[in-house]
Design a protein. Sequence first.
Length: 160
Amino acid sequence: MQWRITNALRCLNTRPELTGLYGGSMIKHILLLIALISEPLLADGVYVGGVSKHLFQKGMNENNPLLAVEVNNYIVGGFKNSYSDFTVFAAKNFNLKTVDNFSLGVMLGVTYGYDCQYESICLNNFIPVSSPYVSFTKYNIKPTVLLFGEALYFTVKINY
C-alpha cells in the first residue's frame, strides 16, 4: 500500500495540470483517496482518464477525466460530464461474454450530478445508467469503450 500512496503523491506533485480540474486541489484528494482505499478493499482495478465523442449533439464537453475504483464488479467514481459538471456514479459491471482478448458487457447503475433539465429520466439529479462496453483484456491495462447516453466514451482500466 505504501508504494501506491507514494506513487500517487509523486504523480500529483509532477502533474500541476491536475490541480485545475474540478477547481483547486479536489482531484488531488480524489487520487489520494483511491490510492488509500484500493489496497484495503482489494480493488480489482482503477479506471483513469476519459474522452468522449458525442454522436448527435454538438458543442458538448468531450474531455471527461474519470477516476473510479472497481471491487468485485462494483464501481464507484467521479468524472467531468458533457456539461462540464462534476458527476459521481455507482454501478455494477456485468461481463456478458469474453471472446479472445475482448470482453463485452454492460454497466448498470446511477449517476448524480447532471442537471435534470437535460435528462428525460431524472429525480433530484439522480439518473439511471445503462452503458454497454467492449474492453481489450490481453494486458493489465485495458482500453475500454462504452456507450454512455449518446456518446462513445473511452477510458482505461488498470488491473492489479
